[in-house]
Ligand binder design. Structure first.
Ligand SMILES: Cc1cc2nc3c(=O)[nH]c(=O)nc-3n(C[C@H](O)[C@H](O)[C@H](O)COP(=O)(O)OP(=O)(O)OC[C@H]3O[C@@H](n4cnc5c(N)ncnc54)[C@H](O)[C@@H]3O)c2cc1C
Length: 403
């Protein structure tokens, strides 16, 4: 039995390739797009040209049997910049939903439309959160009603904080088809480009990730063909029948889907944390006070030692969860949640410390740690808040309904 943590040659090449793009294209553009608070279309186009933005890239990373390629790529991308990283990665939320629940035909039809092409890149949105259903996904109010005569689904409701909401070519929208079943009575639908009745609000003004578009989305009598139900009607009917019989299997499958996606999000947070740590380390070596570089003070050097240790610890949790997911290990202790929780909290703590190490300079926009500090905070909030991750872990380790 062998054990090692070295990346193989392909993974190392991937890391270098993404790192190169992050360093030469993303970083130089980061401050500008943060300031403009706009989707960085030219950067998306560059990423699409080299094959970093598109389904092929996702399939290549998803198909790595160790599970490490996606976290490795995400860490480098977000090391470049959180906001641009999210502008590039936001589409993958919708694609993952199509990949996870769609039929092969739906995959072939919709995924290319999510990305567009290098000449005319597009984005996609995954709209699940609602004003009254954030952490409490089961209380979703958006309804989907099937009209048999026309073989259409009619969607009505309001979605909140959707990445790429309103500007997406393809929206994947979750809705309740049977509210009495809570989260087990929900399904996901494709809303094709140009569908009447879907409208996004103007871009929401955010603390961080400002290059990434976030908006609320209104669905007013949105009619989509029956074929837009992800997975198809037969699968849905079977799932609903199981849920009505009270079987827990469907709920557990949904939990596993969340657990699977969490390490990839954790890796994004680690990328931001590592960028801030590296910047602070270099600054501490060159900034002189009291006649010596500030790093010669233990208070600063030990802070940097802790930052590095926490980043490495978070990465190990992320890699473990990614590997567990890809090799079908059961998440018996909420290991997916652990990875995202730890990485998110490390990103917030490390970027805050980086600002502190730079002193007044850290508080100014002249240095990137100010932006990294703002970008990091979202990682204790979206894709399940830190409290919700703790709830998942607590329930998993206790087997009890902790509230
Ligand atoms: C920039 C950004 C991008 C986003 N992108 C998307 C997207 O693309 N698609 C999408 O669907 N959503 C998206 N979201 C939404 C995001 O996932 C939610 O904001 C998040 O799930 C939290 O929901 P909420 O904001 O309603 O907070 P709430 O659920 O109202 O939580 C408020 C506070 O209460 C705490 N809390 C709630 N319930 C409990 C409990 N049982 N025990 C202890 N504490 C609890 C929470 O942890 C939190 O601290 C995005 C959000 C942001 C800000």
């Amino acid at each position: 039995m062998e054990f090692w943590l070295d990346l193989n040659e392909e993974q190392q090449d991937l890391r270098e390739w993404v790192h190169g793009f992050a360093e030469s294209v993303i970083r130089p553009a980061a401050a500008e797009w943060d300031e403009r608070e706009e989707t960085p279309w030219p950067v998306l186009q560059e990423a699409a040209k080299i094959g970093l933005y598109g389904f092929e890239f996702l399939v290549n990373t998803w198909s790595d049997t160790s599970g490490l390629s996606l976290p490795v790529a995400n860490e480098e991308l977000f090391w470049g910049d959180g906001g641009i990283g999210m502008a590039i990665s936001g589409t993958s939320l919708a694609v993952a939903a199509i990949y996870g629940s769609g039929t092969p035909d739906q995959l072939v039809e919709w995924v290319p439309q999510c990305f567009g092409d290098a000449g005319d890149p597009k984005v996609a949105a995954f709209c699940s959160t609602e004003p009254e259903a954030g952490s409490d996904v089961a209380s979703m109010r958006t309804r989907a009603v099937y009209h048999e005569a026309t073989d259409e689904w009619v969607l009505s409701g309001q979605k909140a904080y959707a990445t790429n909401g309103g500007i997406a070519n393809v929206h994947v929208v979750t809705a309740s088809v049977d509210p009495s079943l809570g989260s087990r009575g929900q399904a996901a639908f494709i809303v094709p480009p140009g569908t009447k009745g879907l409208a996004g609000t103007k871009k929401l003004k955010k603390l961080g990730l400002r290059a990434s578009h976030t908006a609320d989305v209104f669905l007013d009598d949105v009619r989509v063909p029956g074929s837009c139900l992800l997975g198809g009607k037969e699968t849905l009917d079977r799932r609903l029948a199981k849920a009505r019989e009270g079987q827990r299997a469907t709920k557990q499958a949904a939990m596993r889907t969340f657990e699977l996606s969490r390490p990839a999000v954790g890796a994004q947070a680690i990328g931001i944390a590592r960028a801030a740590y590296e910047y602070a380390l270099e600054y501490a070596k060159t900034r002189v006070q009291f006649g010596r570089p500030i790093i010669e003070n233990q208070a600063i050097a030990f802070a940097l030692a802790d930052m590095r240790m926490e980043i490495d610890a978070a990465r190990l949790l992320v890699w473990r969860a990614a590997w567990m997911g890809r090799s079908d290990r059961p998440f018996t202790a909420g290991e997916g949640s652990m990875s995202k929780l730890k990485a998110g909290e490390v990103a917030v703590a490390v970027t805050e410390k980086a600002v502190q190490i730079l002193g007044g300079a850290g508080y100014l926009r002249d240095h990137p740690v100010e932006r990294m500090f703002r970008d990091a905070k979202i990682y204790t909030i979206f894709e399940g808040t830190s409290e919700i991750q703790r709830l998942v872990i607590a329930r998993a380790i206790s087997g009890m309904q902790i509230r």
